[in-house]
Design a protein around this ligand. Sequence first.
Ligand code: SF4
Length: 343
Amino acid sequence: MIEAPLLEVSGLTKHFPIRGGIIQQRVGAVRAVNDVSFAIRKGEVFGLAGESGSGKSTIARMVVGLYRPTAGTVHFDGSDVSGLIGGRDYRKQVQMVFQNPGSSLNPRRTIAQSVAVPLIFHDYPKAKIADRVAELLEMVELPRNFAIRYPHELSGGQKQRVAIARALAVEPRLIVLDEPTSALDVSVQAKIIDLLAGLAGELGLTFLFISHDLSLMRNFCSRVGILYLGRLAETGSTIDVFGSPAHPYTQALIGAVPVVSDEEAALKPSIPALSGEIPSPSRIPKGCSFHTRCPFAFEPCRQIDPEFTIVGQGHEARCHLLEERTATAATVPVSPVERSAHP
Ligand code: SF4
């Protein structure tokens, strides 16, 4: 029997109104997220990647209940939580780690006080809070005596470990990681990802990992979704998406990841580097939204938004070239020899 997903996002859409004029009437909309669907099973690490402005963080905020979706639903463990802004029970089950650990910790609180905030909010027994804080610091590999320090006494990596400890405090079932390493040095980033991977295995946690860094995603996630202008361009297992990227945007992103050996260079897709900027989400191009930057764009791309084409098991991408390839494959006559080889 296939296990039901822990998180299921369906048709998720978020548009922010643009207001102008004397009476501040609505003059347009920033279409940050458009009809995004994906599911995450228990114990899975699902990554959402894309450039800045692709809608990743807006999706994260809708999942944790900081933003109400314009359309679509978020189901958690089978229950619809789409309208639960600030729902107490849901907040206990789903926690978030933000990009900048410096601004997510109150400078006037000690580390112990910061880590204790969710424990107090969720009525953890007062007498046990100090022990729980010490246990959490140990889980994120920080010395217990850090409890009495203040954020300014810690490095960026140490502060992010504190933020992770605070997220773990009330034993959530899902943790949303919104660019958790992008404010850190490269060597520290790898250590934080190692820590998270260890915690995922040890505690059976489920993660939604938001990042623009494909190298980290490749090492940490079991499945990924590639976002472009608030829409999923491609989704599949990390092995399939990185091994055989189907969408020209994914190919360009993977082609731009630095490599350290000739063998890795030989495996990279040969596609011209991305040119130009991602268009504004308030002026999304008609047809395939990637056509203004795509080296393979042809006439239908400027008019028709492609649907998903299945390119492998659990691997799909939106591109007219894939639709054409699938249609051609379906009409190519099968020779008697091929037919006998695949009865
Ligand atoms: Fe490029 Fe056209 Fe495919 Fe869009 S649909 S990715 S523009 S080839």
